[in-house]
Design a protein around this ligand. Structure first.
Ligand code: PLP
Length: 439
């Protein structure tokens, strides 16, 4: 028996449906291949434990919120110190000031910093700042890039390529809001140019995931980020990097440090506090000083900079700044992704592995590089489903998102032994998939 047919999980889900809408506390907790959430009783390092206490090697890592490993001792100790200090919500402390100073040192665009709770909230404030600074209303996004479930970002292109008028991606979102949204395909400098020319003088901001992890892992094509930087500067458009997933993932300074392209504003969340709720908005002084109280742009919140999260972030950054962390992470990533690809190739399973730093995408039904969102969403869902369930039965957890392809990742707690354990299991799953394909 495994999680896929766990009586405790089935029973709990029955109870959950009596009080939780749809039986889940948040829409994306739904595991489409289990038709219920994956219930967890506890986590430690690279592992999750289900309701029956079975252990799973975790390749979701809290949707990317945990990079050091679950329950990292230094982070737990920092949170304990916050509890001992009285929890302290809606207060400023020395820790807030020190954390901001560290972020200014490690994030290239960070001249000034603000704290928020979620990545969505940070992206909304970034857009608000850009609109104020430029006096313009419209903004440019890239097809399939995710910036949170808030009205401005809940639009999708009417054509998979990214062309056509934006359509609401949720009920309750007025389609008129889409008049402010210009969607272009990622990694297509000509389409970008056409949009910038058509919208000249109207765009406040361009926002992107500098590595498109929400489509698995689609890095920018060589020169694309630099071109985006150059063209937005020429057009007086505020460039926002949403580094909620890419932040700290392949370099301490995030994708902006890795690619050497500095945006005007950036948002961080997830890995910054290793699982505690925390987001950061940072960027150029002249923009950030437009935030209240210095300027007219509103930004505050009862839980902005909650002490437990601030302390967790300080401990996380200290751990990530230790010498050799990113060299080691890069070494493990390269070896793991390389071996994973070899396993699929040897088994004859059509699958493409793309990863950068600690996050990766698996594109089933495809052997060529994935460069656009349209290519990513066209991958083979049936193979993906059988892969995820085959892994789950053997003790590897991959989350599955309702819309493909989703993203996976490992943490610094996944040492070579863990990764080898995963490779052995995946080899077995790949052979099973190959046999099913032949039958
Ligand atoms: C790139 C990106 N931006 C923004 C968000 C939204 O962040 P949050 O869930 O903290 O609101 C996410 C969440 O997955 C994300 O991946």
């Amino acid at each position: 028996m495994s999680e896929t047919d766990s009586p405790s999980a089935v029973h709990l889900f029955g109870d959950a449906r009596l009080s939780l809408a749809g039986g889940v506390t948040a829409g994306l907790r739904w595991h489409p291949y289990l038709s219920r959430p994956f219930y967890v009783s506890r986590a430690e390092g690279p592992y999750l434990y289900d309701l029956e206490g079975r252990r799973y090697l975790d390749f979701n890592m809290a949707n990317g919120a945990v990079l050091l490993g679950h329950g990292h001792p230094a982070v737990c100790e920092a949170v304990q110190a916050g509890l001992a200090a009285g929890v302290l919500t809606a207060s400023e402390t020395e820790h807030h000031v020190r954390l901001a100073a560290t972020l200014c040192r490690v994030i290239p665009c960070a001249e000034r910093v603000r704290f928020a709770v979620t990545g969505t909230e940070a992206a909304l404030v970034a857009l608000r700042l850009a609109r104020h600074a430029t006096g313009r209303r419209k903004f440019l996004v890239f097809a399939g890039h995710f910036h949170g479930l808030a009205e401005p970002f809940l639009f999708r292109p009417s054509q998979p390529g990214g062309d056509g008028p934006p359509l609401p991606a949720s009920g309750g979102v007025p389609s008129a809001y889409g008049e402010d949204v210009v969607i272009v395909p990622w990694n297509d400098p000509d389409a970008l140019d056409r949009a910038l020319t058509r919208q000249r003088g109207e765009l406040a901001a361009a926002i992107c995931e500098p590595v498109h992890y929400n489509a698995g892992c689609i890095p920018p094509q060589p020169g694309f980020l630099a071109y985006l930087r150059q063209r937005t500067r020429e057009e007086g458009i505020v460039l926002i990097f949403d580094e909620v997933l890419s932040g700290f993932r392949m370099a301490l300074g995030g994708a902006q440090a890795y690619y050497g392209v500095t945006p005007d504003l950036c948002t961080l969340a997830k890995a910054v506090a290793n699982g505690l709720p925390m987001a950061v908005l940072c960027g150029r002084t002249d923009l950030m000083e437009q935030l209240s109280p210095g300027g007219p742009v509103a930004q505050s919140g009862t839980y902005s900079g909650q002490l437990l999260s601030v302390l967790a972030a300080r401990a996380t950054l200290e751990a990530l700044r230790a010498p050799g962390v990113y060299e080691e992470l890069g070494r493990r990533a390269e070896r793991f992704y390389g071996e994973l690809q070899s396993i699929f190739d040897r088994a004859g399973v059509p699958a493409r592995v793309q990863g950068l730093g600690a996050r990766f995408g698996l594109y089933f039904g495809r052997r060529k590089p994935v460069v656009t969102w349209a290519e990513a969403v066209a991958c083979d869902q049936s193979l993906h489903r059988r892969f995820v369930l085959g892994c789950l039965r053997r003790g590897l957890f991959f989350h599955a998102y309702v819309s493909l392809p989703g993203h996976a990742g490992f943490s610094l707690a996944h040492d070579d032994g863990c990764l080898d354990e995963a490779l052995t299991v995946i080899e077995d799953v790949a052979r099973e998939l190959a046999r099913q394909e032949e039958a």
